[in-house]
Design a protein around this ligand. Structure first.
Ligand code: NAP
Length: 413
């Protein structure tokens, strides 16, 4: 693992807006705070080993370090320096550990700021079961879904005013006078907005993913029966996008029933829709019927964590935040500060996020090697403390030894 700056070449975008990855790309990494350095020290070598094994010396990632969070405050006085943002824009692909949002900086969250500033509009969470991991459900192996959560809109945009504030009072008066809408006295107010552009770019990415991975369906998850002009509009614009841009490749579930006798025409992706509350039941009762999920911000937040819990792997869940110009792959858990520096926690989430990053770069052979080696290591019951405490007969290893065990399993292929 190298820590030198810019020894490789830059990733670029081609005329169609697709990323063009040289064989020696500069890729940024943010170690993260708390246990970030522990998991990074285990994850980096696994990713490098997979690239080496897949492509000999023909391809190599040239890592360079970026700072954010506590380290950035120590070195620059701010949690998210402009230089970090500029360099992620330049390298277009980065891998990050968890970050603490330092208290009292006036910033809601470094992670949210990163997503906003880089317009990383799609939060992507693949959820798949690894055999051997204890799960609260009877058939976790039936779960194999990828959640596309809109990342920039909805009630999450942070447009809200505190109860009793001048702004809340003013807005309540305005609503009363202009729209004859009265709010309960002293209500805090938040604004939910969902736009056609925000919806369509998210749904576009989810259908493109289903096509690329040969998956059978994309399900639009919304609460449009109640919130008609935001969640309901998400559904409407989602269907429109599927028809306008992928009409040849998609068919609606309703058409499958009414026009094709319940049989999906060969080569078509079925566009389904589910109301959010029903979807929470569906993923428990009939998970095998769902593969790609496209949904709004709040729904996606809840659903992706619930799904990760269903496969028993909250600590192993990988994630990515992707925009049209940059992509940041990240461990989905927090900094777990009480374990910082103990070489103890599970680096699985960052390692599997690294596999997503390799796939995004088109280095699918290396991505597959990482996933396969993680699966085999867990199947052999070599795990960190968090999984060991739930598994019978497990061999508990440290964070770094888990990384080493994954590399050793990779060598066996
Ligand atoms: P957390 O750091 O995720 O830790 C909560 C608990 O989850 C830990 O005590 C540990 O449970 C378990 N855990 C987390 N990561 C693990 C790992 N890699 N391996 C094994 N177990 C793991 O959540 P938090 O304590 O609420 O948040 C701490 C800080 O992280 C906060 O500053 C928060 O803002 C930040 N955060 C950052 C991100 C991000 O950067 N994406 C996300 C969430 C939170 P046990 O103690 O039971 O072993």
């Amino acid at each position: 693992m190298e820590d030198t700056e810019f020894t490789g070449e830059w990733i670029t975008l081609d005329a169609q807006g697709r990323i063009d990855v040289p064989s020696n790309p500069n890729v940024g990494f943010i170690e993260g705070d708390g246990t970030g350095p522990d998991i990074w020290a285990a994850a980096g070598p696994v990713i490098d080993a997979a690239v080496l094994k897949a492509y000999s010396r023909e391809r190599k990632i040239h890592w360079f370090k970026l700072i954010a969070g506590e380290k950035a405050v120590d070195e620059t006085g701010v949690p998210l320096p402009e230089k970090t943002i500029d360099l992620i824009r330049k390298c277009m692909v980065a891998l990050k550990g968890p970050l603490t949002t330092p208290v009292g900086t006036g910033m809601r969250s470094v992670n949210v700021a990163l997503r906003k500033l880089l317009d990383l509009y799609a939060c992507i969470r693949p959820v798949k079961y690894f055999p051997g991991i204890p799960s609260p459900v009877r058939h976790p192996e039936k779960v194999n879904m990828t959640v596309f959560r809109e990342n920039t809109e909805d009630v999450y945009a942070g447009i809200e005013w505190e109860s009793g504030s001048e702004e809340a009072k003013k807005l309540a008066r305005f609503l009363e006078e202009k729209f004859n809408v009265s709010l309960p006295a002293g209500a805090g107010i938040g604004i939910k907005s969902i736009s056609p552009e925000g919806t369509k770019r998210l749904v576009r990415r989810s259908i493109a993913y289903a096509i690329q991975h040969g998956l059978p369906s994309v399900t639009l998850v919304h609460k449009g029966n109640i919130m008609k002009f935001t969640e309901g509009a998400f559904r409407k614009w989602g269907y429109e996008l599927a028809q306008e841009e992928f009409g040849e490749r998609t068919v609606t579930e309703a058409d499958v029933q009414m026009k094709f006798g319940g049989r999906t025409p060969e080569g078509k992706i079925v566009i389904k829709e589910r109301i959010t509350d029903s979807m929470f039941q569906q993923v428990l009762l009939r998970p095998e019927e769902y593969s790609v999920i496209a949904t709004s911000n709040l729904n996606g937040d809840y659903l992706s964590d619930a799904l990760a819990a269903q496969v028993g792997g909250l600590g192993m869940a990988p994630g990515a935040n992707i925009g049209d110009h940059a992509a940041v792959f990240e461990a989905t858990h927090g900094t777990a500060p009480k374990y910082a520096g103990l070489d103890k926690v599970n680096p699985g989430s960052l390692i599997l996020s690294g596999a997503m990053m390799l796939e995004h770069m088109g280095w699918t052979e290396a991505a597959d090697l990482v996933r396969e080696a993680v699966e085999r290591t867990i199947r052999d019951k070599i795990v960190t403390y968090d999984l060991a405490r739930q598994m019978r007969g497990a061999k508990e290893v440290s964070c770094s030894m888990f990384g080493q065990a994954i590399i050793e399993h990779m060598e066996e292929f």
